[in-house]
Design a protein around this ligand. Structure first.
Ligand code: PLP
Length: 393
């Protein structure tokens, strides 16, 4: 491998949410931190070098986006996902969650219904309710192994006056990479009820080898005109701290309205370091990402094998994308609270608790495997010991 994903990097002392924020979030600091969705890996060397050069310059005045900024993103989507994006369709966003707020404020009104598919990335609930819109849940169907969309339930909910849908594609936390067929069926349903689809594709570059990410907007021209896609280099290249992402709006009417909101709030700016990192990542990060994906795939294979052989009472829901692994602890027979305590106090791990992703997440926990293999091995051993000592009691 040309890049080093094996050597642990000490993040403590950098004010990282994941490590320095442990006590705040979990009440103790001696845990292996595998919750918040960023990676314990150094970003691509091309990004680090570009940032170092820019930092060394020493003047950090007002900065514009380089001319090719959205072009770099558009080419990336085209080469990686076969999605032809005109750079003119792309608009800046100060992070994906921020853009979800802006989109809700722009395209819905107070009291409007916004549909999501739980168990799902918990800030979806917050962005809807904080903006005084109503959450409509279209829970995913689960057969004990794999999650799918419940189209019948979706049709009922959409028929009942939903204004916007937030699609999580690929899906966090269940790891589904929606197929073209699933997305087509879902999109046709939404469009038949005139519902705007916001497709959060932040995990779209993190796809395991047998699967393909299909951008929702790339499916049909009609879909492209009735959706907004959120994309970002933040998960792909571990740049979440920059809080910089983009939205793609092919429909010029939607785009003008979004840009008006962005302008009103004076949010359409970049920062000197952000612009540099964004460009270097999209222009030069491809080979690094290819190796990262191989490393994550090997991490996943390790977890799946280890759990099957050593901790079969905990089921791994096989992810098709993302570096997040959804673990089913229901066989242990613990209440939600007991499970949370068990993971922290007995296994010494900091995971995202399943119930924060909605009621359907009760009895599950979400494991972030974007860490050096050694750390992952240690974490799995701790989990094995905790489950084993419970069994022996
Ligand atoms: C589906 C999804 N959307 C958005 C985000 C956060 O994006 P940002 O940090 O750009 O707000 C995450 C982070 O975990 C995520 O999983």
């Amino acid at each position: 491998m040309a890049y080093d994903f094996d050597t642990p990097v000490r993040r403590l002392g950098t004010d990282s949410v994941k490590w320095d924020g442990l006590t705040n979030r979990f009440g103790q600091k001696n845990l292996i931190s595998m919750w918040v969705a960023d990676m314990d890996f150094v970003s691509p060397p091309a990004v680090v070098e570009a940032l170092q050069q820019r930092v060394a310059h020493g003047v950090y005045g007002y900065t514009r986006r380089p001319e090719d900024y959205f072009g770099a993103l558009a080419r990336w989507q085209n080469t990686r996902h076969n999605w032809e994006v005109d750079p003119q369709w792309v608009a800046h966003a100060p992070g994906v969650v921020a853009s979800l707020n802006l989109l809700i404020q722009t395209f819905t009104g107070p009291g409007d219904k916004v549909m999501i598919q739980p168990p799902v990335y918990y800030p979806f609930y917050e962005v809807i309710s904080r903006n005084k819109r109503r959450v409509v849940e279209n829970p995913l169907a689960f057969d004990g192994t794999r999650y799918t969309m419940d189209f019948e339930d979706a049709a009922k909910k959409l028929a009942d006056g939903v204004k916007m849908v937030i699609l999580c594609s690929p899906h966090n936390p269940v790891g589904r990479v929606w197929t073209r067929e699933e997305l087509t069926r879902f999109g046709e349903l939404c469009l038949s009820y005139g519902v705007l689809v916001v497709s959060d594709e932040i995990h779209g570059d993190l796809i395991y080898s047998q699967y393909t990410h299909t951008p929702f907007a790339a499916i049909t021209e009609d879909f492209a005109n009735h959706c907004v896609t959120c994309v970002s280099p933040s998960k792909t290249f571990n740049l979440a701290g920059f809080h910089s992402s983009a939205v793609v709006l092919q429909n010029s009417n939607l785009r003008q309205r979004y840009l008006a909101t962005l302008g009103q709030l004076a949010l359409d700016f970049t920062q000197p370091l952000t612009a540099v990192a964004f460009m270097a990542a999209y222009q030069q990060g491809g080979p690094w990402l290819d190796e990262l994906l191989q490393y994550l795939q090997d991490n996943l294979a390790f977890v799946e094998k280890f759990m099957l052989e050593r901790v079969p009472s905990v089921r791994v829901i096989h992810p098709e994308g993302t570096y997040l692994v959804w673990l089913d602890f229901r066989q242990l027979g613990l209440s939600s609270k007991e499970l949370d305590h068990f993971i922290i106090d007995k296994a010494g791990l900091a995971l995202d608790e399943g119930h924060i992703f909605g009621a359907a997440g009760e009895g599950f926990q979400r494991l972030n495997i974007a860490c050096p293999r050694l750390v992952l091995q240690q974490a799995m051993m701790q989990l094995d010991l905790a489950v084993e000592s419970r069994r022996l009691k």
